[in-house]
Design a protein around this ligand. Structure first.
Ligand SMILES: *Cc1c(COP(=O)(O)O)cnc(C)c1O
Length: 476
């Protein structure tokens, strides 16, 4: 399998090259040249595999359709090492829970940091260690986080050979729980940098460091952000696992409702559907930051400035633009790379928007690709959390509540699976507001706020961050 860029860069690459690379050289995103097709017989075989051998083997079967530059037995071992009951809390890894008539929750949040990003990041950590070891190389991951991504990356990379993590976060602006999760890690290869500033300052620092090509090359700076194809691919697997749990036979369909920000999670659903998994609808659920809902309703994709990017109670969906969205638009346009480049490199970059409302292809987003959307506000979130707790005795987190709210607007005959993207303990203040009491805390997190913290505080100064990285790399 070879990979191409959505903006038409002429060279095709193999999986392990794009694994470590991130964006394509022309600024596009990588996609496979084609989506491998799963026919009825193969789906039946995957059903047997999942029920008899479990999630890790299912993951291996799906990943091996896309990865041909890692020997099969090595890839199988990497999957087996990643998707264990020990790491993900249950043998099923992503169990389904019934909520109400036709509506199910798929639990993706029982990994080490209690958010769905662990599903992909845990695999990425093992893939990085494997590939860097094979090449005899090292990588220094530099990132900016306001919560979920940074902690998922740190828990995935801790103790891994050949990898260091330098994670910036805005000093004093993450929840006490999130800070404790990240800063209590004592691993030598994990470096927390608390920047005196806001999240945008952290992102600017990462951009400035990555923009210094000499520094980047010398210190082998890399990223693990959500445009990484390997993360997206890992997520395709749980759409299959959700489908296989919700159905008894392969002629049935299901729909998925996905709490969305950067369009990474639901883009994996799009890939699964393109492979032939019988998905009726892909429901894109946003919060007040409704860039994606606006597109699927109107055909206009309009990125927001920072003044119009709101801080909400589902903060992991507070985005101004959806960084994975270009992948879907590329498919929607019949894989026309030149047009995709124009829309993103010119339209969005220059005008802040593009408009497909008059293009007949726009209607295909719903009619052919199954996409529908909706939006959920703080008041909706509180009402949904309350309703699900009172009527069904289940406490759901704020992002998942957005997914449930919008799912209920798109119910059809087929089962609707809402992806549970975090556990409520991560967003305890809003649960308290909705229910009048705090959510249950998993035993292994009791008292984490009292653990010793390992963090370096620093002003928002690129040179100081560079010096810190250099010191810790040169010393090793
Ligand atoms: C990251 C995240 C999302 C959004 O996922 P995208 O892939 O960016 O669309 C939703 N919920 C939670 C809890 C997250 O951490």
């Amino acid at each position: 399998m070879l990979y191409l860029s959505t903006r038409g860069y002429p060279e095709r690459k193999r999986f392990c090259d794009i694994l470590l690379e991130g964006l394509a050289p022309d600024g596009g995103l990588y996609l496979p040249e084609h989506y491998p097709q799963i026919d009825a017989a193969q789906l039946g075989e995957l059903r047997r595999v999942y029920h008899e051998q479990g999630y890790a083997e299912l993951a291996f079967r799906i990943l091996s359709l896309y990865i041909d530059d890692i020997p099969a037995e090595d890839l199988r071992a990497l999957c087996a090492k990643t998707y264990t009951a020990e790491v993900f809390g249950t043998g099923e890894i992503v169990p389904l829970r019934h909520v109400e008539d036709g509506l199910w929750l798929e639990a993706l949040s029982n990994g080490p940091t209690l958010a769905f990003k662990d599903m992909a990041m845990q695999l990425l950590g093992n893939l990085f260690e494997y590939e860097l070891g094979r090449r005899g190389e090292t990588l220094n991951i530099l990132g900016a986080t306001s919560g979920d991504t940074g902690s998922a990356a740190e828990y995935a990379m801790r103790g891994k050979q050949g990898v260091r993590v330098f994670m910036t976060s805005p000093h004093g602006r993450m929840s006490a729980f999130q800070q404790a999760q990240m800063f209590s890690l004592q691993d030598e290869n994990i470096h927390n940098i608390a920047i005196e500033g806001v999240f945008d300052d952290c992102q600017d620092i990462v951009k400035a460091v990555s923009g210094d090509h000499a520094f980047k090359a010398r210190y082998k700076i890399g990223t693990v952000n959500s445009i990484n194809w390997a993360r997206l691919l890992a997520q395709v697997v749980y759409y299959f696992a959700g489908y296989l749990q919700a159905t008894q036979s392969d002629d049935q369909k299901v729909s998925f409702s996905v709490p969305s920000g950067n369009f990474g999670n639901v883009c994996a659903g799009h890939v699964a559907r393109q492979m032939g998994l019988p998905i009726a609808k892909l429901v894109v659920a946003t919060n007040e930051n409704d860039v994606l809902d606006e597109f699927f309703r109107t055909g206009v994709y309009r990125v927001r400035g920072s003044a119009h990017t709101y801080e909400t109670s589902s903060p992991s969906m507070d985005i101004s633009k959806a960084s994975n969205f270009e992948r879907f638009v590329f498919d929607l346009l019949g894989r026309d790379a030149e047009r995709t480049r124009q829309l993103f490199a010119e339209g969005v970059a220059r005008d802040g928007f593009f408009d497909l409302s008059a293009d007949p292809l726009f209607a295909q987003a719903a009619a052919h690709y199954g996409f529908v959307s909706g939006k959920s506000t703080h008041a909706d979130r509180l009402a949904t959390i309350r309703d699900v707790a009172e009527r069904f005795g289940m406490v759901i987190d704020t992002h998942t509540a957005d997914g449930v709210k919008v799912a209920r607007e798109h119910m059809g005959k087929e089962p609707m699976i809402v992806l549970e993207t975090a556990l409520p303990i991560k967003f305890a203040e809003t649960i308290q507001e909705a229910l009048g009491h705090l959510p249950e805390r998993p035993a292994k997190f009791i008292g984490i706020e009292d653990l010793p913290k390992r963090v370096q505080r620093m002003p928002a100064d690129v040179e100081q961050v560079k010096a810190y990285i250099a010191k810790h790399c040169d010393a090793a």
